[in-house]
Design a protein around this ligand. Structure first.
Ligand code: FMN
Length: 148
């Protein structure tokens, strides 16, 4: 296939570790985990579930390419969990869309709240520099003692 652009191609909507592998094999610079906000098909995995699948089955991918993620991210802790797995950038869609009901001021306020939550949650974890966050900061195993 002829290459039509010199810009980096970043496939968005990666939903499985196999698709992540395939994208890396085809030489992409980055991959974007997303179920498009869960708006296309019910029960598709969240980007956090996909990031966890990659982390468990082929963690090297986080070093081979930059991994971005979005979908259902609402709180600072959601951002930190994705970053802890190795995701480099986290996106939010609808929170800013809804904030835009209040125009620029609303969107600025939404950014302020998100930044504040990320900083507070990182501080509570004892993470002074977001670049130092890693999987050791989250318990990825079930803590449900009632059904084990
Ligand atoms: C109204 C609307 C339209 C969207 N259209 C597209 C689209 O055309 N292509 C696409 O890749 N994602 C589309 N998305 C998904 C967003 O790019 C993004 O992945 C998603 O909103 C992130 O999830 P969140 O809204 O839960 O933060 C759309 C989202 C919304 C809310």
């Amino acid at each position: 296939m002829a290459i039509m652009t010199s810009l980096p191609i970043i496939p968005k909507g990666i939903q499985t570790v196999d698709d992540a592998r395939l994208a890396v094999k085809n030489g992409v610079k980055a991959i974007y985990l997303s179920n498009h906000g869960g708006r296309q098909l019910d029960t598709t995995p969240s980007s956090l579930e996909v990031a966890l699948e990659i982390y468990n089955e082929e963690p090297e991918i986080f070093k081979q390419v930059e991994v971005y993620a979005d979908g259902g991210v609402r709180y600072g802790a959601d951002v930190l969990k994705l970053l802890a797995l190795g995701v480099r950038a986290v996106g939010m869609g609808r929170p800013f869309m809804y904030a835009n009901m209040y125009g620029t001021e609303g969107v600025e306020r939404a950014i302020e709240i998100a930044k504040h939550e990320i900083a507070i949650d990182a501080a509570n974890l004892g993470v002074g520099d977001l670049k130092a966050i890693g999987p050791q900061y989250v318990n990825w195993k079930s803590t449900n003692v009632w059904f084990s």
